[in-house]
Structure formats: C-alpha cells, structure tokens
Ligand binder design. Structure first.
Ligand SMILES: [Mn+2]
Length: 332
C-alpha cells in the first residue's frame, strides 16, 4: 500500500502525533508536511502539549501549532484527511483524541509501534513494527532509498534524520539496520550535518534537568537480582529543581548503563494525577508484554503505559509484573 498514493485524493491534510512529541514524532510530521507541500497540498501540524524547545530547530518554517482547546475549537472541521505519525493508539493523542474522532474526513496513520486496539478508526494504515522509526517509514513511503536524485530541502532531510538518530539511540539499538544507515547516508548527501543534529538534540540540557536526573539516580532502586532498575519522579521533585516534564527525556535509558540491569522502569507523576510508566529492555525481556497488562503499548524493548496514581501503588503492581517477565524471558 502506498501511503502517499492514499493521500493523493485529499487537499487539506492535518498531521498529528502522540502527546509529548519526541524527535521521531516531530521529524515524521515535518517530513510528511514537506512532501505534501511539494505536491501543492495544504497541510497543518498540530501537536500537544507543545513543541519542546530542543526540537524547535527542526521546525524551520514554524509550521507546528501547539494544540489550544480554544484556538483549535473547530480543528476537526479543517482537514479532509487527518494523519497520525508515530502513533496509532488513540489514547496516546491526549486532548487531541476527541477532535480526531469527531473529524469527518479520511483518517490515516503511519507508525512503527506494535499495532494497538484502535485500528478500525483508520481508513488507511502504513505500519511496520520492525522499522526503526516513523521517519524511516516516511522515507520508505516516498521511495527515498531509490530516490537519491529526489529534490529534498535540507530542512526536510534534517527533520527525518533527527528521527532516525533518536529512535535508534544514535544508531546503537537493535533496530539499526543497513537500510537505516543507507537512508542516513543519503540524507547527509542532502546537506544534513550530523554534529549539528547531535548538539541540538542532546546538548541542550538545563541545570534543572541535570539536577532532576540527580534526584532520580539518588532514589533509584534495583530489584530482581539487580536486573530491574526503578526510578521515580514526582511533581514535587520537578518543582524543587524548577524542571518540567520534557526534562525527563532520556532518563529511562540511563540505568541501562549498569552492567546487571536488563530492564529500566521510570514512573513519573503527570499533572492530572495519573502516573506514566516508561520501560526499556536491553534485549532479552519483552517489556511490551508487561505494559500491555496495564493498558499500554509500544515496542518489544521500549514501551509505556499510563496508570492511576499514586506512584507507590503503581510500583506495587508493576515491579512484580516486570520481575515475573524477567524470570520468564531469561532462562539462566
Ligand atoms: Mn518513533
């Protein structure tokens, strides 16, 4: 199925992604917008709650709108097609979900997460859980690997490159295929500077973020013969150092640096009183299976879920579930 062929019959395309967008989410929405605008289509990108500061360098044309319930009151009426990139599970849309459901036009999705429960709402789906990133899927959908001669603006190439970089953990995770490297090389030929993207994505931290990581590491606990690392962050923790939720980006990956750790779990409080659980696995343990028990999803080695608070009751449920999964998946 050709993703962009499906979009061909539409003229006003709205592009959205999951809540708290990361580099892949933003890169993919921008990549799609650049491509469709090149075809003369009208596009808008709406994200929630906002475009993180460290990703603003990707939005060179300032296309990205932050969802505002008042300003975007009639957003559902605007598109003749609404596309989700890097998300297919509607619960991950946050406050955009109701508008998405209310929209009358076509609905599509391009995503590399393990397919969730809400697929019947889409008219067309371009999905492959083996792809490293939504940006890889966008590049595949525009036939980029065979389209070196394609005229691609630098800003589009840079946005898609940022998604490849971030979702492969800087080309280190097991989703780093030869296809990813070929695509990355082709994007460099369009003028992308890897050091510029690297500095923009990873060297934009604040003292508040580093202090927050300090609090989290200080409190980190190991379970299950030190194979499970659990970190927690409360709203009070964030307040005490002046940090915000986007400062949590990257935290869940850090305990993976410990030799014995197979799974890292981070639980943090959201403003609405619920707790977001974020999990990472080195390579043996299926953390997606665990997150699904709690209504979440994602990838085999990187998944998440949202549970009712407080954090202590989340840990009471989650730690035994992850421990059981570690014992099931690692037969020593
Ligand atoms: Mn992604």
């Amino acid at each position: 199925m050709d993703f962009f062929q499906k979009l061909d019959s539409f003229n006003r395309v709205l592009i959205s992604t999951h809540e708290q967008p990361d580099a892949d989410a933003i890169g993919a929405t921008l990549g799609i917008a650049w491509y469709l605008r090149g075809l003369g289509k009208d596009t808008r990108i709406v994200v929630t709650p906002r475009l993180p500061d460290f990703l603003k360098f990707l939005d060179t044309e300032k296309w990205i709108e932050c969802f505002d319930p008042n300003f975007h009151r009639d957003i559902a009426a605007w598109p003749d097609c609404w596309v989700l990139a890097d998300a297919s599970e509607l619960s991950r849309l946050g406050p955009l979900k109701d508008n998405f459901l209310a929209a009358k036009g076509g609905k599509g999705c391009i995503d590399h997460h393990i397919i969730g429960s809400s697929m019947e709402v889409f008219d067309f789906v371009y999905s492959n859980p083996d792809a490293s990133s939504a940006c890889e899927l966008v590049l595949q959908a525009i036939n980029f690997s065979s389209g070196l001669s394609m005229d691609m603006p630098l800003a589009m190439a840079q946005a898609l490159y940022a998604g490849l970089v971030d979702d492969t953990g800087n080309f280190r995770f097991n989703n780093t295929s030869h296809t990813v490297f070929r695509m990355a090389a082709s994007l460099l030929e369009k003028g992308v500077k890897p050091d510029v993207v690297y500095r923009s994505l990873y060297n934009q931290g604040t003292l508040a973020k580093m202090r927050l990581f300090g609090i989290a590491f200080e409190r980190m606990r190991l379970y299950c013969d030190e194979r499970l690392a659990v970190t927690t962050v409360s709203l009070d923790d964030m307040k005490s150092v002046g940090a915000v939720h986007e400062d949590l980006e990257g935290l869940v990956n850090r305990p993976m640096e410990l030799r014995t750790v197979e799974v890292s779990a981070l639980a943090y409080e959201k403003f609405n009183g619920s707790v977001k659980l974020s999990t990472r696995s080195k390579y043996r343990v299926d953390v997606n299976a665990v997150c699904r028990l709690f209504g979440g999803g994602g990838h085999r080695l990187a998944s998440g879920a949202t549970l009712p608070g407080p954090i202590t009751s989340v840990l009471e449920a989650v730690v035994p579930a992850i421990t059981a999964r570690i014992e099931q998946d690692i037969k020593s």
